[in-house]
Ligand binder design. Sequence first.
Ligand code: URA
Length: 215
Amino acid sequence: MFILNQKNSVANHFLAELRDVTVQKDRMRFRKNLERLGEILAYEISRSLPFSEKTITSPLGEVSTPLLEAQPVVISVLRAAVPFYQGIINFFDRADSGFIGAYRNETHETDLPVTISLNYLAAPDITDKTVILVDPMLATGKSFIKSVQHLLTNGVPRQIEIVSAIAAPEGVDYIRKNLNIPYRIWTGALDEKLNAQSYIIPGLGDAGDLAFGPK
Ligand code: URA
């Protein structure tokens, strides 16, 4: 698993602002920080993808340089992922995209497990592609797993890159137990735990509401 804030960088500032209740009041800044984290994680993911040597002609000569062999397919889990996804496609700027509508079946009973429903899928063929599946909060891991199951109706990918801004250990374990195709997990930070409502502690709150307002 790749955890971005294990090494100090400006990414820690973006994460700190995402969590900070005073900065969270600025919805545009919240979205911008998610986008910036998405860009940094896209850069890190790119360093692990296959490259091959290509020759480019400049006005004054030829340059041989490693370039990505293929663009990934980037899948955004609606709605919270939208700004984070924007950061990823800023860097994978010729990638095909897909969208999945996933929502929690909210319950006020704290001891009931969270269940996830899907209501929308628009995605290209992902056969043999690298798929980057983007959701800012890896909490229970259930929406990621449901999304992958749904996506597999569009082909079997080469590899799935699971990307979040903040992850909980419970979600990481759930993915490890339930994904049996090649995958890697990328996150900005790995937090402590989930609370009784399956929110990440300390986390940042409800990412979708902070980015777009309450439902
Ligand atoms: N979704 C969120 O927006 N926040 C959490 O802490 C968990 C899931």
